[in-house]
Design a protein. Structure first.
Ligand code: NAI
Ligand code: MG
Length: 337
């Protein structure tokens, strides 16, 4: 049995979490979900969107899956997601972006993975005003952070039989910061005998739109990773289907890429696929490859059949109807299409 911290989150979070739990349980894997909440919905009770017991629960269980959290604007609270990443030193943000048979998208054979540095760069949050003149934000790039993210990317390439690693940067302009990232990227890729190349971030943006099929694993500093991973989500059918993980040496938190979707919250309309795909990543992280495969095949079958799809994918099924269909196929143990 596994102990997993489950943070349902805000908006559509509770609906997609409920769906995800049903689908994972249909595989027969025994998980004890420790449900603790964070976000807008707990501020009144705890006077913070991230009560200490949430972090304690993750530290105890070492693994968590979370729904989206609405960022309280102008209330003086720090972002829950950023705080969690810092408190647990989750230095990798991993986003596999793959076309799903059956889901309409602009491209057919996209299968790439973005490895985003998750702790520094312009997200260090070191900003100040400069009189009436303007403001400054400081970009921090350290050798240690570059080394561990590139090491992670190289291990990922080897462990998953990937073909190529691309380092994304803007070292032609930011010679010291991105220059350091690029040097570390080249040295460590060389040492690991990985097939690698590097690409300037603006060219990467264009090439990912023109020929996404040509990319495999990409590693980059925080800000470029934030932007390019959303761009890549758009290549394969949008936010409703893309999973993500925040991983550190000791802990991991799995979560969908999308936000709390207040416009459809509580309406039984949300597509739970992104969180379900995050659960697939979690099952693989736990070494439960068969269960992960079962869910993947069930999703593929539902998409190819195309009878029971949520509204964002052009169907008219509710979250619950989609989940019922998926659970049926997980229980049947469908073969690969
Ligand atoms: P959003 O991703 O919540 O919504 C953008 C659009 O996509 C909306 O029209 C929404 O209905 C649709 N959408 C998103 N997920 C969907 C799903 N699973 N099924 C069907 N449709 C879906 O982005 P938005 O509106 O910019 O942010 C809303 C809130 O979420 C904000 O407070 C934001 O800060 C927060 N957020 C939280 C994240 C997290 O906790 N990881 C990530 C991104 C945003
Ligand atoms: Mg983002």
């Amino acid at each position: 049995m596994y102990n997993v911290t489950l943070i349902p989150g805000d908006g559509i979070g509770p609906e997609v979490s409920k769906s995800m739990v049903r689908v994972v349980e249909a595989t027969g894997i025994d998980i004890n979900w420790e449900i603790v909440n964070a976000g807008l919905n707990v501020i009144e009770e705890y006077n913070t969107p991230l009560p200490d017991h949430v972090i304690e629960s993750i530290k105890k269980n070492k693994i968590a899956i979370k729904g989206p959290i609405t960022t309280p604007v102008g209330k003086g609270f720090k972002s829950v997601n950023v705080t969690l990443r810092q408190a647990l030193d989750l230095y990798v943000n991993l986003r596999p972006i793959k076309t799903f048979k059956g889901i309409k998208s602009r491209y057919e054979n996209v299968d790439l993975v973005i490895v985003r540095e998750n702790t520094e760069d312009l997200y260090a949050g070191i900003e100040h005003k400069v009189g009436d003149y303007g403001a400054e934000s400081i970009k921090i790039i350290t050798k240690g952070a570059c080394e561990r993210i590139v090491e992670f990317a190289c291990d990922y390439v080897k462990e998953n039989n990937r073909k190529k690693l691309t380092g994304v940067h803007k070292a032609n302009i930011m010679k010291l910061t991105d220059g350091l990232f690029l040097k570390v990227f080249r040295d460590i890729s060389e040492k690991n005998k990985i097939n690698y190349n590097d690409l300037i971030v603006d060219a990467a943006a264009m090439n990912l739109v023109l020929n996404p099929e040509k990319y495999d694993v990409l590693v980059m500093p925080n800000l470029y990773g934030d932007i390019l991973s959303d761009l890549c989500a758009g290549l394969v059918g949008g936010l409703g289907i893309i999973p993500g993980a925040n991983i550190g040496k000791d802990y991991a938190i799995f979560e969908a890429v999308h936000g709390s979707a207040p416009d459809i919250a509580g309406m039984n309309k949300a597509n739970p696929t992104a969180l379900i795909q995050s659960a697939i990543m979690m099952l693989r992280y736990l070494g439960e490859y068969d269960a992960a495969k079962k869910i993947e095949r069930a999703l593929e079958k539902v998409f190819i059949e195309g009878r029971v799809l949520t509204i964002d994918l052009g169907g008219n099924a509710t979250t619950d109807e989609f989940t019922d269909e998926l659970c049926k196929y997980v229980l049947e143990g469908v073969k690969a299409y």
